[in-house]
Design a protein around this ligand. Structure first.
Ligand SMILES: [Mg+2]
Length: 233
């Protein structure tokens, strides 16, 4: 059964080990002179626009001031992220099993493999290019498409249809992510959620959030592919 398989980026495909956090912080300071409580804020599973807005609101800015700076903020963020990723001691780590799993999902030519991420599209491109993975995804739904992650699955389904001519129903879609937000974001469409405990959340937390399958990581390729293909059968 053909599936639309949608991968989250941070904590699922790669770890940027703080590079994106540092870029975000510098861009907030440059444009808003305010970071909000960024030292304690949990970025995981949230969209980039949501992170910026929540931090700046907590820092005392109103939405008008936030929106007025947003275009300049993204320009600054992307410039700082690119600079971070070019530093000799900064690497984007590909998480265990990811290349082999992508190979395996592509091999049969049956499944459509794409991104579903809170990153803005250009941030996703920078991170995955640094990891050598950007070319592996035909398309995606991004934080730059909508501030709310739960709006992204429908955008991915629409793009899949535009590219392949196939209308994937909810039960033909599998989201692979590392946080309860990934697990929950496709619920209204009835999509499946495969959670991987390579981010900040434990297997028990991900199971509690309602994941259909929980894997410790993506290193057991055969097991991961079988789990994805078994959903909805
Ligand atoms: Mg993630």
């Amino acid at each position: 059964m053909r599936k639309l398989v949608l991968f989250d980026i941070d904590g699922t495909l790669v770890s940027t080990r703080g590079a994106a956090w540092r870029a975000f912080r510098r861009a907030l300071l440059e444009v808003y002179q305010e970071t909000g409580p960024i030292e304690d804020y949990d970025f995981h599973g949230r969209t980039d626009p949501q992170i910026a807005r929540e931090l700046l609101r907590m820092g005392g800015l109103d939405d008008r001031a936030i929106d007025a700076g947003m275009a300049r903020f993204w320009t600054a963020y992307l410039r700082e992220l690119e600079a971070e990723l070019a530093l000799p001691d900064v690497t984007v780590d590909v998480l265990p099993g990811v290349p082999a799993l992508l190979d395996s999902l592509h091999a049969g030519g049956e499944h459509l493999v794409a991104l579903l991420t809170g990153n803005i599209v250009e941030g996703a491109r920078l991170k995955l290019s640094a990891a050598g993975l950007w070319e592996r995804f035909d398309f995606g739904a991004y934080g730059s498409d909508h501030e709310r992650r739960d709006r992204l699955p429908a955008i991915a389904v629409k793009r899949a249809r535009e590219r392949s001519g196939i209308h994937f129903r909810g039960r033909d879609v599998v989201i692979i992510g590392d946080t309860p937000f990934d697990v929950e974001c496709g619920r209204s469409l009835g999509v499946w959620a495969v959670a991987v405990a390579t981010g900040k959340h434990s297997a028990a937390e991900l199971r509690e959030a309602g994941a259909d399958v929980v894997l410790p990581d993506l290193s057991a390729t055969g097991q991961a592919v079988a789990a994805i293909e078994a959903l909805g059968q």
